[in-house]
Unconditional design. Structure first.
Length: 256
């Protein structure tokens, strides 16, 4: 490790810790009133955490601190996981367990989650039909197809576990548990639902054909969060949707 690499790595670690300390101090004086700055800190923590994790894993696995233009799959997954976890920690420190919607909720909302999932799957089917009609082909989600074709053994299991369990929980904490309530206090329920869904879609822009369905999914998840007061129904709906998508792309082709 060169001096410059050490400085960059150290600055990243200090910045990440500093963000958590900053948001903790703000939380002590503004209980339950987190706002735009706190949300911005959470997103900054996501990018810093993802960058640090990617750099370290590249060094361990490939002997270089640099991150390639198209990084290996394991770098993408670990970086995304650490980044999402960093933002979730900031959200929890700032808003607390109840603030980000981790309290239990009436069972009826899980029924709404099932209904929402069924309607979303119907929408997805219609969207894929339209895309095939307009462009002649509906491309597979690039990352999932790459995992199917290239990942093996433990890494394949890790990708599936992350996609079905970790990603839904961590993304719901950030987008619906933390971002959405801050927007709701600022601009009201329906506009906050639309803005949070749009931001959620932007974070999945690597698959352009899937952006609109993801915005629609984000809208459903945001509505569930505001109506139920909890992220758990949304986590279950999000997890089930990811499981179906992963199963369709990664498992079904093996049997046909």
């Amino acid at each position: 490790m060169t001096v410059m690499e050490g400085l960059v790595l150290g600055l990243g670690v200090v910045s990440l810790v500093g963000l958590v300390v900053l948001v903790r101090r703000r939380a002590k004086t503004r209980v339950g009133l987190w706002g735009g700055l706190d949300v911005l800190i959470a997103f900054c923590a996501m990018f810093i955490g993802a960058g640090l994790a990617s750099m370290l894993l590249m060094k361990v696995l490939h002997g270089t601190w640099g991150v390639e233009e198209t990084p290996p799959l394991e770098i993408v997954m670990v970086g995304t996981f650490v980044g999402s976890l960093s933002s979730a920690v900031v959200a929890w420190v700032s808003a607390g367990w109840s603030g980000i919607g981790l309290d239990s909720v009436d069972a009826k909302w899980y029924g709404w989650a099932v209904l929402g999932l069924l309607l979303f799957l119907l929408f997805g089917l219609g969207w894929s039909t339209l895309v095939e009609h307009w462009f002649g082909i509906m491309e597979e989600q690039a990352l999932l197809a790459e995992i199917r074709d290239e990942a093996t053994g433990l890494w394949r299991f890790a990708f599936v576990f992350y996609g079905v369990i970790c990603a839904p929980l961590l993304e719901e904490i950030l987008f619906r548990g933390f971002l959405l309530p801050a927007l709701d206090r600022a601009v009201g329920a329906w506009l906050s639902i639309l803005i949070s869904a749009f931001v959620f879609g932007l974070f999945h822009v690597q698959d352009p054909q899937a952006v609109l369905p993801i915005v629609v999914l984000g809208t459903c998840l945001a509505w569930l969060r505001l109506k139920s007061g909890s992220i758990w129904p949304g986590v279950c709906m999000h997890s089930a949707n990811n499981a179906i998508a992963i199963g369709t792309i990664m498992l079904v082709p093996a049997f046909i």
